[in-house]
Design a protein around this ligand. Structure first.
Ligand SMILES: *[C@@H]1O[C@H](CO)[C@@H](O)[C@H](O)[C@H]1NC(C)=O
Ligand SMILES: *[C@@H]1O[C@H](CO)[C@@H](O)[C@H](O)[C@H]1NC(C)=O
Ligand SMILES: *[C@@H]1O[C@H](CO)[C@@H](O)[C@H](O)[C@H]1NC(C)=O
Length: 570
């Protein structure tokens, strides 16, 4: 009896003290430098993702409503339908609340679906409760410091209750804009244009009319006001109305120069319109959505937040939670930002991706640029050219987004060297692309020197022009390129197709990938040439080669508008 009692006491003691590591990394990514322990008395607000009650149910529902041929094809869910899958169960909430109150803390619910709560506490208490050691980190591209840790654990009573503790081990790139190293080149225009028959290799300038020519995009205005397009803006990238007006006057003389965008903000986001407030990325994104999706109401969502506290991961997360609370969401959303998958931490990547799953289920086509470092991350630089461990980019690797890569030229159209592509280390190949990926993998030579995860989600899904786009910044025209240019353009095309579907009384396209890989696949021109070694890295660097069929440079290829519209309407 005595022995049993002692044993039970030991058991309960170990139950109290046992900690389970949920995230850890050996070191901070390159560029982040520890400045030592975070002061014990500093206040820290940590967010906790509470386990959703039926995420598998939502995933199965989404597969059903997005797969052509299904009896409930494109019967998108309402805000409350999604909430029923995503909100934590009463038991989960009770377990978390009792943990909080046992430690003298008061939880605040911070998301419409109740799946995120926050607790504010001193660093010393956070270190103790989560068996961690918060430090201050600096980065040359960032002002100030961020508070992060290399490992975070949960007490056993929170295992299965909490999926993510944030911010902890995430170290996303302070510059997540997907533009290659050479940014906006002012006062430059290369002739002949990239759609001129005398310039089939596409070394000239791309304009909206070029894109209309190359892909058969109509110029006639959309008619359905309920069909809207959303452009996300992060890291104080601000879209300028005056520059859009100049752009339209110059490059869409057939449209009213007064055509503009509306503004939504979250996390204290702003969109100042002063002389030097233009963001190259934001202007590119807004000019090639408004300038392609003729007449589709377009909104710029400026996500604020303090970069030195929250970082890019928080901004992505807050975008999905913001939309969870919106009754009538946009039908297309485009994001031209990313960071290497590894920089977020696995639990955060998985949670943000589930957020995109929920948006897809509501009928939002979520598009993201696939990255500008070829196989080597969101941007390439000389230091990584010899590295054959490929670095996939998130959110492009999320199986619930449509990742958009870049091409150049039109006769033939080829994959551009920087087009982001490869395979996720965290998400498995989704069903909709199993056959496509398997046939690509057969084209890889047996002595291939690159290291990547053959069972991962392959990206991008599609590709289109991404070089020398003419834009206006601070009232000056110039050229810019990147997968950042391709994603807004495809968003514009999808928005125009949705307009025609809505006009015909049909549902919008919503989550695109099962369609793109099946009945929609013949609406894409296969791109079979190109090597994605990077913008800076020499062409001899190890990378993938485009091939017949799907490949991790251009996905299924570039869209032909009339064919895509026909397949979408079938
Ligand atoms: C644009 O707006 C200005 C100022 O409100 C107005 O004078 C002008 O007629 C408008 N132009 C068009 C084409 O609607
Ligand atoms: C490869 O991806 C799968 C998911 O598809 C994952 O379970 C596995 O851990 C990954 N392997 C590596 C080495 O990253
Ligand atoms: C990648 O392609 C772009 C566009 O053609 C070109 O300007 C750049 O020099 C290329 N980079 C390399 C390393 O060849």
């Amino acid at each position: 009896m005595m022995v049993l009692k002692a044993f039970l006491a030991l058991l309960s003691l170990s139950a109290v003290s046992a900690m389970v590591v949920i995230e850890s990394r050996p070191a901070a990514p390159n560029g982040f430098i520890s400045q030592g322990a975070a002061p014990a008395s500093n206040s820290l607000t940590l967010r906790f993702a509470l386990a959703p009650n039926n995420l598998a149910g939502l995933e199965a529902k989404l597969a059903s409503i997005s797969t052509p041929g299904s009896s409930e094809f494109r019967q998108w869910l309402s805000k409350d339908d999604v909430k029923a899958f995503v909100e934590p169960s009463a038991d989960t909430v009770a377990a978390f609340n009792s943990f909080a109150s046992a430690n003298g803390l008061k939880p605040t619910v911070i998301s419409p679906n109740g799946d995120w709560v926050s607790l504010t506490m001193p660093v010393s208490q956070a270190n103790k409760l989560f068996a961690t050691n918060f430090q201050l980190f600096t980065h040359p591209a960032m002002d100030g410091t961020i508070t992060r840790t290399l490992s975070v654990s949960l007490p056993t009573e929170l295992v299965g209750v909490v999926d993510v503790v944030h911010p902890t081990t995430d170290f996303t790139d302070p510059n997540p804009r997907l533009l290659p190293s050479t940014n906006f080149i002012r006062n430059k225009r290369d002739t002949p244009a990239s759609c001129d028959s005398s310039n089939p290799s596409g070394t000239g300038t791309i304009t909206p009319s070029c894109l209309q020519d190359i892909y058969g995009i109509p110029t006639t205005p959309a008619t359905q006001s309920s069909n809207t397009l959303l452009v996300t803006g992060y890291v104080e990238e601000w879209a300028q109305a005056a520059d859009l007006k100049t752009f339209l006057t110059l490059l869409r003389p057939d449209m009213s120069p007064n055509t503009t965008f509306s503004l939504l903000t979250t996390d204290g986001g702003t969109n100042p319109q002063g002389a030097f407030d233009a963001g190259t990325e934001a202007n590119l994104d807004i000019q090639y959505t408004v300038g392609i999706a003729t007449g589709v109401p377009t909104t710029f969502l400026s996500v604020g937040g303090d970069d030195t506290i929250d970082g890019f991961a928080t901004s992505l997360l807050d975008t999905t939670t913001f939309l969870d609370g919106v009754e009538n969401p946009p039908s297309v959303m485009t994001t031209s930002y990313g960071s290497t998958e590894d920089s977020f931490g696995a639990s955060m990547v998985s949670k943000i991706c589930s957020g995109y799953m929920a948006l897809g289920a509501r009928g939002i086509s979520v598009l993201t640029a696939s990255g500008d470092g070829g196989v080597r991350g969101n941007h390439d630089d000389e230091s990584v050219c010899d590295d054959n461990d490929f670095m996939p980019v998130f959110p492009a690797t999320c199986p619930f987004v449509t990742a958009v890569g870049s091409t150049i030229g039109f006769a033939p159209e080829v994959a551009i060297n920087f087009t982001g592509g490869g395979f996720s280390n965290l998400f498995a190949t989704p069903d909709y692309q199993t056959a496509a990926v398997a046939s690509f993998l057969k084209t890889i030579p047996s002595d291939f020197a690159g290291t990547f995860n053959k069972t991962g989600r392959g990206y991008p899904d599609v590709a289109l022009q991404g070089w020398n786009f003419e834009i206006v910044v601070d009232d000056e025209a110039g050229l810019v390129g990147g997968t950042s240019a391709s994603s807004p353009t495809f968003a514009g095309m999808i928005a125009l197709i949705n307009d025609q579907l809505v006009a015909a009384g049909k549902p919008v396209l919503g989550f695109l990938n099962p369609f793109i890989y099946s009945t929609g696949s013949t609406a894409f021109t296969d791109i079979t040439s190109g090597h994605n070694s990077g913008f800076v890295c020499p062409a001899s660097s190890v990378a993938f080669d485009a091939a017949a069929g799907w490949d991790p440079l251009t996905g299924n290829g570039s869209p032909r508008f009339p064919d895509l519209l026909a397949a979408a309407s079938a």
